[in-house]
Design a protein around this ligand. Sequence first.
Ligand code: CA
Length: 155
Amino acid sequence: MAEINAKFQSIFDSVDADRSGRISALELQKAMVGTGENVTFEACQILISLFDHGTGSIDIHGFAGLFELSELWKSVFKNFDKDNSGFIDAKELRTALRSIFKGLKFDTAYVKTLIAKFGSQKTPPQANDREGLNDEQFLLACAYVQKSAVVQKKK
Ligand SMILES: [Ca+2]
């Protein structure tokens, strides 16, 4: 568990815009968009749902858990982004997912679906667009996979 110190508390407070003591998907989205991330409300709902115990929002402990998990995923991303381009392609993504979600199978079609869902959506697409994910997109894709995996286990 990430250490909850004064610095972490102040990060939490800055995201908890209405000072309710809990962070909602909307508050998380506003905070992430504020740092320049292009993140959808749906993606934030998925992130929150990993630690909300079905309540729709997270307290500081849930936020610490989410923070720790994102740090872990980011470090995996760095490992697989060999050329430090800030970008991993479909093949690297598949290997990265396999290393995080051991025991789950990822076929090429599924990986392509993830890239289509979380990759940059530029309109119109530019010729130099590569198929792949940056670190934040990778994080959201991981959250999505994690969520789907939990749902599958419950079935
Ligand atoms: Ca709040």
